[in-house]
Design a protein around this ligand. Structure first.
Ligand code: B12
Ligand code: SF4
Length: 495
């Protein structure tokens, strides 16, 4: 069968396509796990910025798919709906499958969207079995994790149990299936690699628990190194390890670093997400090893620097430093010091605008970011489907915006007890632009040609909506903010 797999073009504030165009790891993993006689094409639509419609029309005409699969996050739902309409108009008989976080956590939303099949949770085996069943005309009722329409009625098969990853059932991704080019992280070709799946924590804002429960499974390190080598052979110079929480097993992470060094793969740059507690407790040995392995940017899930906010986010435990089983207080500063001492940069993940936040508590977090983090990744609490946070906010009546296409993390869609959603977003937006600007020289030193060429566009993105009068404080900054919001609204009309 001809299969076309698409990821959505929607991006958010911290990932402007001029600087960041990241592949979707799910699609190549699906492509690597269907039976080999299928002809699978993977198209990451972030690569088609500005010529989306023509690109999709060309892909459908050239590849003539019988199955089109879409990977969708919640804020991409509206674009997915428009994409489905476009694909159906081009090829009415095509079968459409959706998967990923949004269809898994709110499948009902897709039942009126012209979709044929919804894959919930991990997709490799479910999708493989679905193609087999469609090819042979077999019934779908035995396929775990599948929701499907049958004679006008939606049927939901039982969930699929999570994969253990160590049994070889999930084969390596097929990067050769990609039909578009242009992946980049600040000018260097980037690829994504998984070493594990799952997390045993239960932060209230995170979708992972509802998606797969609290568990942690790992691929063998040999497989991971093969995967990195394959990404490199396909042109990658930067690798993003997309694990939910690789630092759950620090010993294994250290072994991975050693493996990368021994295999000579440490000439690549690495980007990873980590818990502050793990880095603070084991940074003495872990951080130097990470540096030698090529780690350059570490996304730290700091979430918030205030105790009450951490409680609300259920993120206190993962941000507590421990020694000999004893708590030693907040782990964040210590983790940052280890990383900085070893010449790595900190991408600071913070969440501001929680239910009890006032302008003082938000300013405290922004001041922290200004002082300690190299690249701010500050977001607002967003009530994604199925998260404990969503229920909490709904219960308090704090959700002010139900338009899910704006649930991109940097649009405030909930208010606090003291501030409106707009004011929360304004405070973040105003401070964050300047912290980002400060990092420019570092990027320039690392990738001078790219930064010199694209600096005007990157600055224009960071400061869009702003006038000199506003930047100099001669005009109320809210006017710049309003212009920025208007530009953002226009950007969201991808199709
Ligand atoms: C790595 C990652 C990123 C990376 C890379 C994204 C990319 N291009 O793939 C970066 C940092 C860029 C990123 C950014 C964002 N992300 Co993100 N990200 C993740 C993370 C940590 C891992 C995703 C991953 O690659 N997993 C590995 C692959 C193999 O697994 P998978 O994606 O789950 O796919 C499996 C199934 O879902 C399914 N499947 C997926 N698609 C399809 C399609 C079909 C047809 C089928 C059949 C099956 C299927 O099968 C796959 C294989 O088993 C997740 C999860 C987490 N715990 O936090 C969040 C997560 C997906 N991100 C999320 C969000 C919100 C964002 C942002 C909007 C803001 C943010 N919080 O940072 C931005 C927007 C990105 C953009 N386009 O601008 C949310 C999504 C919530 C939701 N309900 O939509 C998650 C779940 C985190 C959370 N907050 O809980 N993200
Ligand atoms: S530690 Fe990270 S992956 Fe785990 S539940 Fe919290 S946010 Fe999600």
């Amino acid at each position: 069968m001809n299969v076309l797999l698409l990821s959505m073009p929607d991006y958010f504030e911290h990932m402007p396509p001029v600087a960041v165009r990241m592949p979707n790891g799910a699609l190549t993993s699906l492509a690597g796990n269907v039976d080999s006689h299928h002809r699978v094409a993977v198209a990451d639509l972030i690569l088609c910025n500005g010529r989306l419609r023509e690109s999709v029309i060309r892909l459908v005409r050239e590849l003539d798919p019988e199955i089109v699969g879409l990977s969708v996050m919640t804020f991409q739902r509206r674009t997915a709906l428009r994409m489905i309409d476009l694909v159906r108009a081009l090829k009415p008989g095509v079968k459409i499958v959706v998967g990923g976080y949004d269809p898994s956590l709110e499948p009902e939303a897709y039942q009126g969207m012209g979709v044929d099949y919804i894959v919930r949770g991990e997709g490799e085996v479910t999708f493989r079995e679905l193609l087999r069943a469609l090819e042979s005309g077999r019934a779908l009722e035995g396929i775990a994790g599948l929701t499907y329409a049958d004679a006008g009625r939606w049927l939901k098969n039982p969930a699929r149990t999570v994969h253990h990853l160590d049994d070889g059932e999930i084969r390596r991704p097929n990067r050769g299936a990609r039909v578009l080019e242009g992946y980049t992280l600040l000018g260097r070709q980037v690829d994504v690699v998984e070493t594990s799946r799952g997390c045993t924590y239960d932060c209230s804002f995170c979708s992972i628990i509802q998606m797969r429960g609290r568990n942690f499974h790992t691929y063998s390190l040999d497989r991971v190194l093969e995967d990195i080598r394959d990404a490199h052979e396909h042109g990658a110079r930067t690798i993003f390890l997309v694990d939910d929480n690789i630092t759950l097993n620090v010993h294994r992470f250290e072994q991975l670093c050693q493996g990368i060094i021994a295999a000579g793969l440490n000439k690549l740059d690495y980007f990873v997400q980590a818990m502050t507690s793990a880095i603070a407790s084991q940074g003495e040995t872990l951080a130097p090893l990470m540096r030698r392995a090529g780690f350059r940017y570490v996304f730290l899930g700091i979430e918030n620097i205030l105790g009450e906010d951490l409680e609300f986010l259920r993120a206190s435990a993962k941000n507590t430093a421990r020694a000999n089983g004893r708590s030693q207080g907040n782990a964040t500063v210590r983790a940052i010091e280890y990383l900085h001492r070893n010449k790595m940069y900190v991408v600071g993940g913070l969440i501001v605008g929680n239910p009890d936040d006032s302008s003082q508590s938000i300013h405290a977090n922004l001041a922290f970011a200004e002082r300690y983090v190299d690249w701010p990744y500050i977001q607002h609490p967003t009530p994604y489907p199925g998260t404990p946070m969503a229920e909490d906010f709904r219960h308090r009546g704090f959700i002010t915006n139900e338009r899910v296409e704006e649930y991109d993390g940097t649009t405030a869609v909930v208010r606090s007890a003291h501030l409106s959603a707009e004011e929360i977003e304004y405070l973040r937006w105003k401070a964050e632009r300047w912290i980002k600007l400060r990092h420019m020289p570092v990027a320039l030193r690392h990738d001078p040609w790219f930064v010199l060429r694209y600096a005007p566009q990157m600055l224009a993105h960071t400061f869009r909506g702003c006038t000199f009068r506003g930047l100099l404080g001669l005009e109320d900054g809210h006017k710049d903010f309003e212009r920025y919001k208007e530009i953002r609204r226009e950007e969201r009309a991808y199709l």
